[in-house]
Design a binder for this molecule. Structure first.
Ligand code: NAD
Length: 490
């Protein structure tokens, strides 16, 4: 059954059932069945998502190809006007969208609403920046050549794959850059947390985006990527998720000559120097660590604290972690919600059990909470040898590992020892130490004396195994463009 829900541009509520969007149509039933939507705070099924089969995947690529032809011709100022109409709707609907986001993903409602509002900021910045994409004139070296102009043109239809940890923000980064640049999009949000992305798309539809410019499908992730990535109508692939899947899609993209951007997680180190205010940094660190229950790719994981400040830092960190109120995201008192899915709880337990088996100690948490839903407590591990899994693999959950160091160079070397390189943090009031940290830490984003490295205006991306390319900031926009040289002889 196909439908076109009556979309009221002024609505502050959201359509209760998520649907796919292909071309001019909302699709709420397909021959490929549905995927259940589960509330992680209760474990109960709260809805269903129609799954895209081969026909819908093909239709989405066709729609994006058509949409691109219409959208690329619009002037940047026209695109900006339409995009900012959509973000105004997104802000109006932020409360209702946040409630859906929390119901599917689990994070506290206030955190979800901040995510939706930040998504509007990200998209606005990119649309604004696109008005300033200047061409570059290069003086000719050949007599008779009047001009050589290097222009930025949209790369083409983008296939964008986003995970479940930021169900609004990550789609916003991808479609924000693409739409601002003049590209069309086929968005595949995570099947567990699709509603925020569906509602984000609805804001654009209600704002008057031409049909086919923004399409949304979901279903079997591997079936969708293995059809879309090689599809000749798709010009660029953008993925956020695990290193394993990111490499798989990168190989496929390379085989078919597609542009590729990937954001693949990290294992962020935090170095706290001897001169730093250990208690104050521990309090900041608890907030940063347990935000979104640690399901954040730039989440601090390995805390390396100077031996002279270790006890003070540890005591303050553990007290802060133990004081956090864990509960359903819809409860206003909750500071940390459940994990997104049952299997993530088991994975946390495996990380902790493995650390203990290697000789590590649990300073707090470390056992799943005995209540319905997918809850795991804020956990702090100490004395964990480098061979333990949690010291090498991204736990992607509410686990912090505390360690001490004597020499800054040794701490930096240990911070850099893993293949990841997304975010890294250092705390010091010593200017020379700050420069050593900034220069020495191998990461796409280094925060000195704070954790706020992800902003709409700044590029987000990693080095080493953590990814390729950037999103957000000017670089997020440039990643959706291609260079074109036009050389004119008089
Ligand atoms: P996963 O790799 O199964 O899923 C991650 C995302 O990739 C999901 O949205 C999924 O739908 C999608 N995906 C999986 N296979 C795909 C395919 N063949 N084609 C296209 N998309 C595909 O992992 P998970 O269980 O959700 O999380 C496990 C690990 O992934 C975490 O521990 C973390 O390291 C990493 N992760 C990273 C981020 C990030 O922001 N970088 C986000 C989510 C997960």
């Amino acid at each position: 059954m196909k439908r076109s829900p009556a979309s009221d541009p002024r609505a502050t509520t959201v359509d209760p059932a998520p649907a796919l969007r292909i071309g001019a149509r909302w699709i709420d039933a397909t021959s490929a069945g549905t995927r259940p939507l589960v509330d992680p705070a209760s474990g109960e099924t709260v809805g269903a998502l129609p799954a895209a089969g081969p026909a819908e995947i093909d239709a989405a690529a066709a729609a994006a190809a058509e949409g691109f032809e219409a959208w690329r011709r619009r002037l940047p100022v026209e695109r900006h006007a339409l995009i900012t109409r959509a973000t105004a709707l997104l802000r109006d609907r932020a409360g209702a969208i946040a409630a859906r986001l929390t119901r599917e993903q689990g994070k506290p409602l206030a955190e979800a609403e901040r995510e939706v509002r930040l998504s509007a900021e990200i998209i606005d910045f990119l649309a604004e920046e696109a008005k300033r994409l200047a061409a570059r004139g290069v003086p000719p070296r050949t007599p008779g050549v009047a001009s050589q102009t290097v222009m930025r043109v949209p790369v083409g239809p983008v296939a964008a794959f986003t995970p479940w940890n930021f169900p609004c923000n990550l789609p916003a980064r991808k479609l924000g850059g693409a739409l601002a640049a003049g590209c069309s999009v086929v968005l595949k949000p995570d099947e567990r947390t699709p509603s925020a992305a569906v509602e984000l798309v609805r804001c654009f539809v209600d704002a008057g985006l031409p049909d086919g410019v923004l399409n949304l499908i979901a279903g079997d992730p591997a079936a969708i990527s293995s059809a879309l990535v090689p599809d000749a109508r798709i010009a660029k692939v953008s993925f956020t998720g695990s290193v394993a899947v990111g490499r798989q899609l990168g190989e496929l993209a390379a085989r078919h000559g597609k542009r590729y951007t990937a954001e693949l997680g990290g294992h962020a180190p935090v170095i706290v120097c001897a001169d730093a205010d250990a208690e104050a940094i521990a309090a900041m660190s608890v907030v940063a660590k347990y935000r979104n229950a640690g399901q954040v790719c730039a989440s601090p994981i390995r805390f390396l604290v100077h031996r002279s400040r270790y006890a003070a830092f540890r005591d303050a960190f553990v007290a802060g972690a133990e004081a956090l109120r864990v509960g359903p995201g819809m409860d206003p008192a909750t500071q940390m919600g459940p994990l997104v899915a049952a299997h993530r709880v088991h994975e946390m337990q495996d990380f902790v059990d493995d650390a203990i088996a290697h000789g590590g100690r649990v300073a707090c948490g470390g056992r799943r909470l005995g209540r319905p839903g997918f809850f795991y407590p804020p956990t702090v591990l100490e004395g964990v040898p480098p061979a333990a899994r949690v010291q090498r693999e991204e736990p992607f959950g509410p686990i912090a590992v505390l360690d001490l160091f004597d020499e800054l160079d040794d701490a930096i070397a240990r911070a850099n020892a893993l293949p990841y390189g997304l975010a890294a943090y250092g705390f010091t009031n010593d200017l020379r130490a700050a420069h050593r940290l900034a220069e020495g830490l191998e990461a796409g984003m280094v925060g000195i004396n704070h954790f706020g490295v992800s902003q709409p205006e700044t590029p987000f991306g990693g080095v080493k195994a953590s990814g390729i390319g950037h999103e957000s900031g000017l670089e997020g926009l440039l990643g959706c463009t291609e260079l074109k040289l036009v050389s004119v002889a008089a």
